[in-house]
Ligand binder design. Structure first.
Ligand SMILES: Nc1ncnc2c1ncn2[C@@H]1O[C@H](COP(=O)(O)OP(=O)(O)OP(=O)(O)O)[C@@H](O)[C@H]1O
Ligand SMILES: [Mg+2]
Length: 232
């Protein structure tokens, strides 16, 4: 991917600096980590910041009800109600029993708001309904093709189980996506601390360090000039 391709700023403070200015347009990035690391907050922030500056967004949730996601977002000052009324954002809740409908669901909602940004939260929830891992890999690949065709810059969320060594729930998500951002919640002495690394970002230089981040009243904030020292 050439360096002069357009970058889409994530809007998550400190992240764009780690990846050369933002995500490449029309790419799919995996945001992965154990439960409670802030994947949903990170991704909500990505949708909110985009919609505010004229890049509509679709948030597809396979687990947490959108009402909860929006209520939590409000605590960070991200009020989605106006953006929804203006047709700049749509939250979609989907019970993944009929996985064959998922492409149609994604496509129709993207077209509804003319989305430039999409979040899928999470592939782990969806994956539980897929027959086997090769089928899931094919499915993620097809979703990535669809999102690219519709010219969306997208985040795919995956969970890592505690003590799991791979980067994602099923061990295939990281191969199909263009970039991987890993959120850690690790012990250092008597407390746990948050840190993040850019594991891969196709087509660009990126930080190879582990950076501390916080979740505060403005959402996720990463410290790109600081390094985290934690036991893996
Ligand atoms: N208003 C807030 N201020 C500070 N920290 C918060 C606030 N709200 C949530 N958090 C932190 O964020 C965590 C939840 O973040 P989030 O829901 O994004 O995690 P997640 O990685 O999506 O988890 P899961 O895998 O369970 O969906 C909470 O456990 C808490 O530590
Ligand atoms: Mg979540």
């Amino acid at each position: 991917m050439p360096e002069d391709d357009k970058r889409i700023q994530t809007g998550v403070r400190g992240v764009d600096e780690l990846i050369g200015g933002g995500l490449f347009e029309d790419t799919l990035t995996l945001v992965t980590g154990t439960t409670g690391t802030g994947k949903t907050i990170f991704s909500t922030q990505f949708i909110y910041e985009g919609a505010k500056k004229g890049e509509p967004g679709v948030y597809v949730s396979f687990e947490e009800p959108p009402e909860n996601i929006k209520a939590h977002a409000l605590k960070f000052g991200w009020d989605f109600s106006k953006l929804e009324k203006e047709g700049k954002v749509v939250f979609v809740r989907y019970d993944p029993y009929h996985i064959e409908d998922v492409y149609e669901l994604i496509e129709s909602n993207i077209k509804k708001v003319g989305a430039k940004r999409v979040v899928i939260d999470s592939i782990s929830a969806l994956g539980l309904y897929v027959r086997d891992v090769p089928e899931l890999r094919r499915m993620i690949f097809n979703i990535s093709l669809l999102l690219r065709k519709l010219k969306c810059t997208s985040i795919l969320i995956s969970e890592i189980l505690p003590l799991q060594k791979s980067l994602s729930r099923f061990g295939v998500e990281e191969f199909v996506t263009d970039g991987v951002i890993v959120l850690y919640y690790l012990r250092s002495d008597s407390q746990y601390s948050r840190s993040l690394t850019v594991w891969k970002m196709r087509g660009t230089e990126h930080s190879q360090k582990l950076h501390p981040y916080k979740i505060d009243k403005g959402g996720v904030v990463v410290y790109p000039k600081e390094e985290a020292f934690v036991k893996m």
